[in-house]
Design a protein around this ligand. Structure first.
Ligand code: NDP
Length: 322
């Protein structure tokens, strides 16, 4: 089968097309024929070596497709079911073996491209909005990179429960995308004073929670956008990893909370996984969640997809379609 394989860490060029033996499922696994594989920042972190993986490695942590083979002990799904998953490697390929416990059935009303878009980024937005911090009517949130894949879904989920959303993004085109997702205020954070803009929009108080996926360039400013006892959720490194932080900084700036979560810890339990995915599929099928597909490439052009993502050009989901 065709796949993308990396035999060393480095730039996008290490993502090379290869012909590999098709996977065989273990007793607890299914083999999925990939219809759409998601391209995510984690793939770039694994490619560069920021997040360690064993080589040779087939990247890709998310896909939607059809179950072609099931292991002897599998009870969750059957051959022929359309499914999706996140958090299991090897999806930059025509076929991938995945633990059955990690796949969720996709309802007919949701196509595979949308399903792939909702797994990693959608479930991340879901746990950020409803679990890492429990947004509710009257909460205030600042979402950075708000026009991006996770960001735009997060804005919509926050609005869904009645939170006030301040969205930060870099360009005029992206500002419009954040606005159309429902953001109440949009801040062009590369040009404007983000702290002043947040204070102005919140009667000088600051927001309850900041969702920061940009990391190195923004984390300090993000802390200054919080109200007393507010929470900074650092969940990505798009501009580079955040250096070690002195806990006394949290004390001085208002007894703040800081968390650095990852999706795996919010879908480890199958009931939690199916709850998050199920809610997202329902919202998308009902037209209450707009899932924006930005671009897709054939499998062989995975390197191009990584360049696009790392250039900060994304305005929605990036997919590889084998
Ligand atoms: P996005 O579509 O949000 O793309 C990244 C965005 O980050 C860009 O569009 C850009 O938005 C902004 N950005 C700022 N600085 C840079 C830079 N130097 N290089 C590139 N982009 C930059 O990507 P995703 O939605 O796929 O992922 C968003 C973040 O969420 C990533 O950091 C990822 O690691 C993280 N993530 C974390 C998870 C977790 O559980 N912890 C799970 C899934 C994703 P702008 O122009 O508006 O600044």
């Amino acid at each position: 089968m065709r796949a993308i394989q990396m035999t060393e860490h480095g730039g996008p060029d290490v993502l090379t097309p290869a012909e590999l033996a098709p996977p065989e499922p273990s007793a607890e696994q299914v083999v999925v024929r990939v219809e759409a594989a998601g391209v995510n920042f984690i793939d770039t972190y694994q490619r560069t070596g920021l997040y360690p993986v064993d080589l040779p490695y087939v990247p890709g942590m998310e896909a939607a497709g059809v179950v072609e083979q099931v292991g002897a002990a599998v009870t969750e799904v059957s051959e022929g079911d359309r499914v999706a998953f996140a958090g299991s490697p090897g999806s930059y390929a025509e076929r991938v073996a995945v633990a059955a416990a990690k796949v969720v059935p996709v309802p007919e009303a949701v196509d595979s491209r949308t399903a792939a878009a909702l797994m990693l980024q959608g479930m991340t937005a879901h746990y950020l909005a409803y679990s890492a911090y429990r947004l509710a009517h009257g909460s205030s949130a600042l979402v950075l990179a708000a026009a991006g894949g996770v960001g735009r879904l997060l804005v919509q989920l926050a609005k869904h429960v009645g939170a006030t959303v301040l969205a930060a993004t870099s360009s005029a085109e992206k500002a419009e995308l954040a606005r159309s997702a429902g953001a109440d205020h949009v801040i062009r954070y590369r040009d404007a004073d983000m702290v002043a803009a947040v204070r102005e929009a919140t009667d000088g108080e600051g927001v309850d929670v900041v969702y920061d996926s940009v990391g190195a360039d923004t984390w300090e400013t993000s802390l200054d956008c919080l109200r007393r006892r507010g929470m900074l959720i650092l969940y990505g490194n798009a501009s580079g990893p955040v250096p070690p932080i002195d806990p006394l900084v949290l004390n001085r700036k208002g007894s703040l909370y800081l968390t650095r979560p990852q999706l795996a810890h919010y879908i480890a339990d199958r009931a939690e996984l199916t709850w998050r995915a199920g809610e997202l599929f329902e919202l998308a099928a009902a037209g209450e969640l707009e899932v924006r597909l930005d671009r897709s490439w054939p499998l062989a052009e995975a390197a191009e997809a990584h360049r696009y993502l790392e250039d900060g050009r994304t305005t929605g989901k990036l997919l590889l379609e084998p």
